[in-house]
Write a protein of this length. Structure first.
Lengths: 327, 282
């Protein structure tokens, strides 16, 4: 009888999922398929919606893959991401090691976390334009400081320098995200069983040894998660390259998202080519997402297993009643 | 030996503090310059890019800023409507979906959850061409609903809510509500939602800020001047009409940062805790 009652409630699982599934199908799944189809068609021109499949359906894809600007944008995106990510993860790791070490006892951690994370919640569009004016020529605040302090003999036109523009965008990304990465890593360290650290301490391991041989290996999953999510975010970089320097100079800050946007929403309105480029990016991102998916699933399963094991252990020790009493 | 060690450790600690204070200044300084320059005239800014003292041109900068094509209050209003709408929908329906995943055992449950995990990372940008064409066909461009309704399906929020529910929702409560004769939907609204308040608060902040800061989709969907959101208006500061009006540009930027600063420093405790939870989820 109990089983029958359970079954009668199961239908609510379906009913309560209907809004999500409906919205997902309409606003995500359908546009994805639509984008894929447009990639095979002749759809271009402002405000056009009618299209027909090309005689050579793969023409747009071939065109995009051979397009010098698209290739450049892919290289730029990866370059800017790497230049931001390597220092970001290193700094986050160093700060994590300092903040979680039992010996340093750093005060004001709450304050530092709040301030380091702060740029992350500010509108990226605002930050891009702010840095654009900060690096202004001839008398932006950065030039002003560098000239007055004698570092530069005269103002430097950063925004016409390809390397400088790429480096500044990478710096903005780094500056916006290292606090986030640090907080995630710290919470990861706090999740490691403290007994392991105690044992290392008793064995006489110093801070560096503890961090290299205990903390880092235990953070593997979280590090991988940070890597993949940061990469997906990096591949979608749009606001900052668009507004910091409009993809200039000489397409040096043209990212793939900006390339797609420019194809579809300016010039000749090549929706078809933009859609083909989107699908190429979609495949790359989907591939990366599989990584996140596997990580999450494994972690989820191990956590549920661990919880069950813990419960079993408690029951065995007869601790369950004790614990319930203290609750 | 122990003493020498402690001197070295003290020096190291001082180094850590100095380094962290440097990073804190690095986070704050660009905004400090921005707020100060918002009060200075364009002429003053061109003479000295940096000043530690505010000046008296706030009002004239504001006049220049609002004297051009757009009305920042309108942008603020539009952004509030879109962000509030999408946050409310994302929170309510994500909690409902998570409840379906946690409280009921149904055949498709595991498959559905796997699907949510799989699509969690796919960003809206890569499907934007199809989304734009679809919205254009049904006449939904320049309609805020096109930006609000998709929030009903927010996979990452569902994932977070599910994790929170698994950890802190006693299902016995649901059983006792059933015994009292409460309907399932009623139980969710009256009993489950209040219990989920802490999770709802953190997720609401993140959803709101993400929607508030979103530029890509509003930029392609909203083409009417009076539908512009704040980030679109910010992007106009980059255009030719403000080319030489530095004071006004700084003021425009400052106005968009100010509400976020207020929210952030009021709620920073919850926000940092929420980010940390996100790490646990990863």
């Amino acid at each position: 009888m109990k089983k029958r009652k359970r079954l009668s409630y199961a239908k609510y699982g379906y009913i309560f999922s209907i809004p999500f599934v409906t919205a997902f199908v309409i606003f995500s799944l359908y546009p994805t398929i639509y984008t894929a189809i447009i990639g095979f068609t002749d759809l271009k021109g402002l405000l056009k919606t009618s299209f027909s499949i090309l005689a050579d359906p793969l023409a747009n894809f071939r065109l995009i893959l051979n397009n010098a600007s698209f290739k450049l944008s892919l290289v730029n995106t990866l370059k800017i991401w790497l230049i931001n990510f390597i220092p970001q993860i290193l700094l986050a790791l160093i700060l994590t090691a300092w903040f979680t070490s039992n010996h340093n006892k750093i005060k004001g951690q709450g304050f530092f976390k709040v301030v380091f994370y702060m740029p992350n919640i500010i509108t990226a569009a605002t930050i891009a334009i702010l840095f654009n004016v900060l690096f202004g020529y001839p008398m932006g605040p950065v030039n002003d400081t560098l000239v007055k302090s004698g570092v530069l003999s005269q103002s430097y036109y950063f925004l016409t320098d390809k390397t400088a523009s790429q480096l500044i965008i990478a710096f903005i990304q780094f500056w916006m995200w290292y606090g986030y990465t640090m907080i995630i890593l710290i919470s990861g360290v706090l999740g490691i069983n403290p007994e392991i650290f105690e044992a290392a301490d008793i064995d006489g391991a110093n801070d560096v040894q503890t961090f290299l041989y205990i903390t880092l290996p235990n953070l593997r999953t979280i590090l991988l998660f940070v890597l993949i999510t940061s990469m997906i975010g990096g591949l979608n970089m749009f606001d900052i390259p668009k507004l910091f320097n409009l993809g200039m100079p000489g397409n040096a800050t043209l990212t793939t998202s900006l390339f797609i946007y420019n194809q579809a929403f300016s010039g000749s309105y090549f929706y078809n080519r933009a859609a083909a480029a989107s699908m190429i990016m979609f495949v790359i991102i989907a591939f990366l997402s599989v990584g996140v998916f596997l990580l999450m699933r494994d972690k989820n399963e191990t956590r549920e297993k661990e919880a069950a094991r813990k419960l079993a252990r408690q029951i065995k020790r007869g601790e369950l009643n004790k614990e319930e009493a203290t609750k | 030996m122990k003493k020498g060690n402690s001197v070295g450790r003290r020096a190291f600690r001082i180094f850590i503090y100095v380094f962290c204070i440097f990073l804190a200044l690095l986070s704050l300084f660009p905004f400090v310059i921005m707020f100060i320059n918002a009060t200075r005239s364009t002429y003053e800014i061109q003479q000295n890019g940096i000043s530690l003292l505010p000046s008296s041109y706030l009002a004239s900068n504001y006049a220049v800023f609002t004297g051009k094509t757009f009305d920042p209050l309108k942008g603020f209003y539009n952004s509030v409507i879109i962000s509030t709408g999408s946050t409310a929908l994302a929170i309510y329906f994500s909690t409902l979906t998570a409840y379906a995943l946690v409280a009921y055992s149904w055949k498709m449950r595991q498959a559905f959850f796997s699907m949510i995990l799989a699509v969690m990372m796919i960003p809206a940008q890569v499907t934007s061409i199809g989304f734009y064409q679809f919205m254009y066909r049904i006449g939904m461009t320049n309609n805020f609903l096109a930006l609000i309704l998709p929030s009903i399906a927010a996979p990452a929020t569902v994932f977070f809510m599910r994790q929170y529910m698994l950890a802190s929702l006693p299902l016995e409560l649901v059983d006792s509500a059933r015994i009292d004769g409460s309907g399932e939907f009623n139980t969710f609204n009256r009993i489950i939602l209040p219990i989920m308040k802490p999770a709802i608060a953190t997720q609401a902040i993140f959803t709101f800020v993400a929607s508030w800061n979103n530029l890509f989709l509003p930029l392609i969907l909203l083409t009417n001047n009076d539908k512009y959101t704040l980030p679109i208006m910010v992007s106009l500061l980059r255009g030719d009409i403000y080319r030489t009006e530095y004071g006004a540009v700084y003021l425009g930027l400052a106005l968009t940062v100010l509400p976020l600063f207020v929210i952030y420093f009021l709620l920073s405790k919850y926000i940092i805790a929420g980010v940390a939870l996100g790490g646990v989820k990863g």
